[in-house]
Design a binder for this molecule. Structure first.
Ligand code: ZN
Length: 254
């Protein structure tokens, strides 16, 4: 780090769990952010500002007027632009030294697997269950930690799934495919969402990524849910499901 970088990141470097070594680890790391909407906006902005060296931002949508109420990486001048490119430009404006790749196609199949393998951590900021299951399976296959956030109406949730942890669960242990409610979409377009809620959950995801990449603290455990109407958090244990179709042991399936 040169003097400018030492000054830029000084308020993190002075933190005992991070210090110079942790900041160097952040600068050398690569985060994949899938979805550049309500959750992906604060995630991309905070990770770039915090000094994560490389970001890949993936989103196949374009910015619409109804997004601006909560997707704070985009402005009026970005209407009609690809969200991945708009979010890249917003993050670069905060920190031009961050290397940011914008992916404007939906990441699926082999492209998703390659992108996950190339990253040190994956942040799921999508709003479709099909995408969430595909991202979870790709992270499990590649052994990459997955930081999952969701926000709808007044409620949000966060969970971290790290395949490297012994007996760590995966997203499909928590939400088995085909379970009741599985086809209820998370889409804000149909359900509405209050603006600061996505900032809250996205910031929580970004914090977990900064911890994980710098080596500070320990990863969030289980599932946390937040009720914005009462201001209450709840925390749940999430055991690994031996019969999980994604991470379960073959003997556990029958
Ligand atoms: Zn599982």
């Amino acid at each position: 780090m040169n003097d400018q970088a030492l000054l830029r990141y000084s308020r993190q470097i002075m933190l005992e769990p991070i210090e110079i070594d942790g900041q160097e680890r952040l600068l050398a790391s690569h985060a994949l952010v899938i979805g550049a909407g309500g959750l992906g906006s604060p995630v991309a902005l905070y990770l770039a500002a915090a000094g994560v060296g490389r970001l890949t931002l993936a989103d196949d949508d374009a910015v619409e007027l109804s997004n601006l109420q909560r997707q704070i990486a985009h402005g009026e001048a970005d209407l009609g632009r690809a969200k991945a490119e708009s979010a890249r430009d917003a993050a670069l404006a905060l920190n031009p030294s961050c290397q940011i790749a914008a992916v404007t196609e939906r990441l699926e199949g082999a492209a998703l697997a390659r992108a996950v393998e190339a990253a040190d951590v994956v942040l799921d900021c999508t709003d479709r269950f099909a995408s969430r299951y595909a991202i979870n399976a790709a992270c499990r296959a590649a052994g990459r930690p997955l930081i999952s956030g969701a926000a709808i109406r007044f409620g949000g949730q966060l969970a971290v799934f790290d395949p490297r942890a012994p007996d760590g669960p995966c997203y499909a242990c928590l939400y088995p495919p085909g379970a009741p409610g599985e086809d209820e979409e998370l889409r804000c377009a149909e359900n509405g969402v209050v603006a600061p809620l996505v900032g809250l959950i996205g910031s929580f995801q970004a914090l977990e990524a900064v911890k994980l990449l710098s080596g500070a603290g320990r990863a969030h455990q289980g599932l946390s849910t937040f009720d914005g109407l009462t201001g209450e958090w709840r925390h749940f244990r999430v055991p690994r499901d031996p019969a999980c179709p994604v991470c379960g042991h073959p003997c556990g399936r029958d």
